[in-house]
Every structure is written in C-alpha cells, then in structure tokens.
Write a protein that binds this ligand. Sequence first.
Ligand SMILES: Cc1ncc(COP(=O)(O)O)c(C=O)c1O
Length: 490
Amino acid sequence: MRIPIDRTSAVPLYRQIEEFLREGILSGSLAADTRLPATRQLAHDLGVNRITVENAYAELEADGLIFSKIGSGTFVLQPFPIPPLPQDDSDALWPLWQQEVQTRNQIYEKQLSEQVIEGDESPSLINLASGIGDPTRYPVEEFRKVIQRVMRRDGIAALEYGGFSGYPPLRDTIAHVLASQGLQTSADNVLITSGSQQAIAMITQMLVNPGEVILVESPTYGVGLDLFRALRLKIVGIPTDKHGMQVEKLEKVLQIHHPKLIYTIPNFHNPTGTSLDSQRRRQMLVLADRHNVPILEDDYVGDLRYEGRAQPALKELDPGGRVIYVSTFSKMLMPGLRVGFLVADGPIYDSLVRYKHVNDLATSNLIQRAMEAYVTVGRYQAHLRRSRRVYGKRRIAMLQAINAYFPPEVEVDPPKGGLFVWVQLPEKISTEKLRPMAAEEGVTYAGGSDFYLDRSKGDNYLRLNFASHPVADIEEGIKRLGKALERISS
Ligand SMILES: Cc1ncc(COP(=O)(O)O)c(C=O)c1O
C-alpha cells in the first residue's frame, strides 16, 4: 500500500498514516472488509517504525473504522453514517428520542426563555422579578475569610465527601437555631441538602408516585409546580386568601382526591406574601392526621419578618412524624452556596438520608463547614438583623410607591415579611401583554400565571420583589410600571 509521507511535516507520522486511511475509509475508496496490510509489512513498505503503524491502527480502531481479528488480520469496517448535528433550530434533525424529550418536558421551555430574558437585560432595566434578596449585600469578603480559615483548620477533611446526613456540627447548629425559634429538634433529625429544592424533590419523590396526587396552595412557588409536573404528579390546588391556604376547603379535597402529600409554604408565601394563621395551622394538622397525609412545610424565608408575631411552625405543632420541615440559607444568605436542610422524625428520616446519598452522594463538605463557622460566630444573626432592617424599609418604599403610581383599582395585601408584594390588577389587564410595554419603560416583573397550575389563570397578578433593589430603584421601577399600566389601560 502506498501512503504519501512527509517527514518534514510537524504532523506526526502515525497521524499522517491514520489520516490517509481514514479518508480512504470514509470516502469509500477502501471498502468495508478490505484487509489492511499487516503492521510489520506496512512499516517496512513505508520505512517507519512498526509502533508508528500500530498507533495509527489503534486510533482508527478506537473510532470504529477498522477491527482486528486475531490470527486473520485487520479489516475495514462499514463506516457508521452519523448525520451531522443540526446547525439551526430545526428539531427534525435531532435523533427521535431528543425530539421526544423536548415535547415530554415542556417545563424546561419556560426556564430557558427566562434565562434568555436575563441575558438580554440592559443595565438600566430594573428587575423586580427576582426570587432572592439583594446580591450586593452578600457578605462576600467575610465568607472568603471563613473559607480560608476552614481550609487552614480542617485541611484534607474539608475536601472529603463527608457524612451522609451532612456535617454534624452544622446540623447541630441548625438544631440550635431552630430551637431558639421554638422548633425543638436534634441534629439527628436534620439532613443537609443541596438547597431546599433538593429536599422538596427528594421528599416528593419518596412519598408520591407518578400519577398520584399532591396538594398545593393555589397559586404557589412556580419551580415547585414545575418539579411536580416533571415528576408527573397530579397537582390539586387549594385556593388561598389573605390568611394563607383556605384550610376549610381541605377536608373535601382530601376525601375526593386521597393525596399522598400536602406541600405548603405557611410563612410569607411565594408568591402571595401571606402567612397561614394559627387557627388554620392547627386545623391543617388535624385534617392531615385524620386522613393520614404527610405535610411538607417549606419555610424558605420565615426568618425575614418585619412586623407582627411569628406563628408556630407546623412542625412545632406536630406531635411527631406528621410534618417534614424544609428550609434554606439561600434567601437570607447566598443561593449559590446551595445549602438547605430538612427536619424529619421517624423512619422517613433514614430513608431520606439514603436517598440523598444515591442522589448526589453529598452536599459540598467545604461549604457546609464554612457555613457552620459563619453561623456559629453570630455573623449570620447579625447579617439577618441588618437584612431585616434594610428590606423592611424597602418594603415600605414599594408599598408607598404603588400607592402613588399605580391606578387606584389595584389591590395589595401588605406582606409582613419575606421578599414579595403580590399585586392584583383589574381583571381586564393581562400582565403578559403588559410585559413588552414595561420592558420599553425599563422594568420587569414576575407575571402571575407562572404560579398557577392552570397557566391561563393569574394573568392579572404581578409578583414584585422589594428586597433586591435600593429604595431609589424601587421607586423608579414602580413609577415605570405605573406608566406601562397607564399605557395599557388607555
Ligand atoms: C418557596 C421556595 N421554596 C424553595 C426554594 C428553593 O430554594 P433553594 O433551593 O435555593 O433553597 C425557593 C427558591 O426560590 C422558593 O421560592
């Protein structure tokens, strides 16, 4: 076989041989089943080392273009026709299973388009849509120092996987913090998770099978709804009012639907900002107990109270084993740390520990240690106090601005804590239609339908984040939104 070889080229000799043969195979000039010369023979013919030819053959074999049969030689394989990857957005070019993934999981479409909007943000756009506190208030420098200190103190131990349930001193600290808020528990009942989203996902997967029913407030946390949709659960919504879930409607729903889980956000609910009153908390527990249904209590932002007295957590009222409590450091501290936790009693705790292990082995050990160091020295409590002060002022500023710049028919129930104001616009106004006008004015928001199971509902509601911007931006943002509302109404 003649293979042109350029000994002055920077391309290694084995590559030149490989490329020549590859081209021959792919173009068809070396047909399937053609026997290639033995490596010794080809090396001799080309005047190269035998290893050079062996290396070339090895590359071609790894790519499935040739195969060796012991005792018979090396043969050309039928090249597998791999269609090129699509260069445009046309779905038809993707393999069939890829196309099916897209239609089966519609939920992701929405998230992707949200990311696009974020990427397009102009610097002057005031984003009132976010679901977190103010990133400029993250204690970046303090946390950097804490991480360095932990690395110095713990060395290799901080970089191991760590225990299945999470870093024991952090679990201990969390149990203490919860006890100081009235929820008596022990580190043995605390499981650290990668954000509270993982806790919600694990609990739901463990307790509700596809096709079974989960009860939620209507409206509720949009990514929670997306999760339940992705798990192919039947979602049944219970309406809310200014005192949270309308628990009076619960009994009938329990009788009709036999749900496997109740998912509730009793404090400063996302998106409505309301809190479940204490009478309803007790009633919910009684009903859940009577119908043998567990409760997943999502306390994502309960610490951020600006006025009024704290209600007892459902878990606090639980005589044992009925409620699984979930919370997070994302809203009060930094969402990128991905530290959340759950508190559970009874056999479900061990099952969740094992489930967590098979899910992702562990939550970052280093970050858990840093979190423990940060919380223990009281910095967390100080940060929380400052956040309450700052966000509390911003909440008032937003409520005042809404009063000043929105049409008088608008209805708002002032939240006593959390991050959001939920605004009811006149029925005729569609927040989806309002969006481009608001964008032209330089402001964006979360539209109400994202929080409803049936996306045709809630279109005349806005969820506005008052915590993530300074007062001046809030006033300006609401003023801009007021202008967009004026435009859409006229
Ligand atoms: C109500 C609620 N629960 C849970 C989460 C999950 O947060 P993380 O996974 O960051 O703890 C969020 C995040 O937005 C939320 O709004």
